[in-house]
Write a protein that binds this ligand. Structure first.
Ligand SMILES: Cc1cc2nc3c(=O)[nH]c(=O)nc-3n(C[C@H](O)[C@H](O)[C@H](O)COP(=O)(O)OP(=O)(O)OC[C@H]3O[C@@H](n4cnc5c(N)ncnc54)[C@H](O)[C@@H]3O)c2cc1C
Length: 455
């Protein structure tokens, strides 16, 4: 065997798995194969001046490389079973929470000390939401911020590189079962191992599907979340964000009884492009450092769409809608809420005259030409519902960027150890379809490391 354990993917799932293995079983030879670059070499060429939109790098530095999709994220580690994944269905609620708290401790010990932990416990906003047909989900959230999140990753890498062998710019093309374990193939090279942990996240979703097909590992897929990113003056939400930082609020529409939810709230943050498999969608982040903060708060409003048999390609459906916005706008579309309600497209002039200055350079247009009516109706209903707890949300100048898509990897069939039907082959993090967040993905890595260390 070349290695005892091979980890595929150096996102949070892979990193925290490697960390726990090096702590509990330092005698094991562990290798991490990562398709993207080392952290220090991760650079998105979009600078807003010379390069304004995605140029389609062979390895997207936003999604790939040490730190995974989370490297330049806002670093919000939500400690909750209410959202961010369904790890608790495999591990039990208490163990899932304990693992997330343990990940939080690791972060604090690697540069995160001094950052704030926000909580919904005992907040008056729960009642306010209930009184307005909204539901505030329970959570504690550690907000590292993009800057501290990066420092934590730097520190983890400095420690891990002494104990673990890293292969960067080395995508794994194939996993083969052998008598005693697995062989992974990267280009022309082959490496063997006893345990193989796959943690390829969202960017590795197509490859993951292929692996499951080849190895006949059962999968299920039926969900995609679609919507817009809302941007408004920070003051409108400051009473909520100052106390909770991020509030996950759910609304059931009266028209279709669909669930619409807020997602990824970034107080005083910036809206950014995201490239998933060549399709440009929208996301957001914010910094802990006040010098880098903006005057705006942004968050996503997403409608969950679940499909029933025989349709299986929920992600394909989401991608088609995102492609439509790319076709019309060359990337992300931007519209004022007032324009949307009046049924008119936004223009550069209307955006320039707006009281809210966009933080992302997007193309003014008409989101009703892109988003299905049912989804757009749900978003509009929720904006009016939010306006009751945060007056100003439904202002004319509130900005809507589209589309935001939350793709879900198909869910892979694994047991309580996140092990597939094959001994020693584990699938963790967002690539498993079980987690959709930094905290859940990291916790799944720690869980598998402990299982392997106990073998
Ligand atoms: C802009 C942005 C902001 C976000 N903000 C937050 C936030 O604040 N809070 C939160 O909870 N979540 C956030 N998320 C989501 C979060 O980043 C993910 O849930 C998390 O990173 C998942 O971790 P992971 O290890 O499962 O996968 P990933 O982080 O996606 O890492 C997977 C890694 O595997 C590599 N890989 C893929 N295929 C292969 C292959 N074949 N061979 C080798 N390597 C491969 C990829 O290059 C990647 O580096 C954000 C995501 C984005 C894009």
């Amino acid at each position: 065997m070349d290695f005892d354990v091979i980890l595929i993917g150096a996102g949070p799932g892979g990193i925290y798995c490697a960390y726990e293995l090096s702590r509990l079983a330092p005698q094991l030879r562990v290798a991490v194969f990562e398709a993207g670059h080392p952290l220090a070499r991760r650079r998105c060429p979009i600078d807003g001046v010379r390069v304004k939109s995605c140029v389609g790098c062979p390895s997207c530095s936003i999604m790939s490389g040490f730190g995974g999709a989370g490297a330049f994220s806002d670093g919000k580690y939500n400690i909750t079973n209410d959202f961010g994944g369904t790890l608790y269905e495999h591990l039990g609620r208490q163990q899932a929470l304990d693992l997330m708290r343990y990940v939080d401790e690791i972060n604090l010990n690697h540069g995160g000390a001094g950052t704030r932990l926000y909580s919904t416990a005992g907040t008056r906003f729960k009642k306010l939401c209930m009184q307005n047909d909204l539901r505030l989900l329970d959570a504690s959230v550690r907000h590292l911020g993009t800057d501290i999140n990066y420092i934590v990753l730097e520190n983890l890498y400095a420690e891990l590189k002494e104990k673990v062998t890293f292969f960067f710019d080395s995508p794994i093309n194939e996993i083969k079962r052998t008598g005693e374990g697995y062989t992974v193939i990267s280009g022309t090279q082959r490496f063997s191992c006893r345990f193989c942990v796959v943690s390829v996240g969202r960017s590795g979703s197509h490859w993951m599907e292929e692996v499951c097909r080849q190895l006949e590992i059962p999968t299920h897929s039926n969900r995609v979340d679609l919507g817009v990113r809302v941007e408004l003056p920070a003051e409108v939400f400051s009473h909520l964000t100052d106390e909770l930082y991020e509030s996950k609020i759910v609304y059931r529409t009266s028209k279709y009884e669909d669930l619409v939810r807020t997602f990824c709230m970034n107080p005083r943050g910036a809206v950014v492009n995201e490239n998933t498999n060549g399709i440009i969608t929208v996301n957001g982040h914010s910094y802990e450092d006040p010098a880098k903060q903006t005057d705006n708060t942004n968050f996503a409003l997403l409608v969950s769409k679940r499909f029933s048999e025989p349709f299986k390609d929920s992600n394909g459906y989401g991608e088609s809608i995102a492609r439509l916005s790319n076709m019309l706008g060359g990337g992300v579309l931007l519209q004022r809420f007032g324009d949307l309600i009046r049924g008119q497209r936004s223009t550069q002039k209307r955006i320039e005259e707006s009281f809210v200055t966009p933080t992302l350079n997007a193309t003014p247009g008409d989101l009703s030409l892109v988003l299905p009516k049912r989804i757009l109706d749900g978003i509009i209903e929720m904006i009016y519902a939010l306006d009751k707890i945060a007056p100003g949300t439904a202002n004319e100048d509130t900005l809507l960027y589209g589309v935001e898509v939350k793709f879900y990897n198909m869910e892979v069939e694994v047991n309580e150890n996140l092990e597939t039907r094959y001994d020693g082959l584990y699938i963790i993090g967002d690539g498993s379809g079980i987690t959709h967040s930094l905290s859940h993905a990291s916790a799944s890595g720690v869980h598998v490391a402990r299982t392997i260390a106990a073998c």
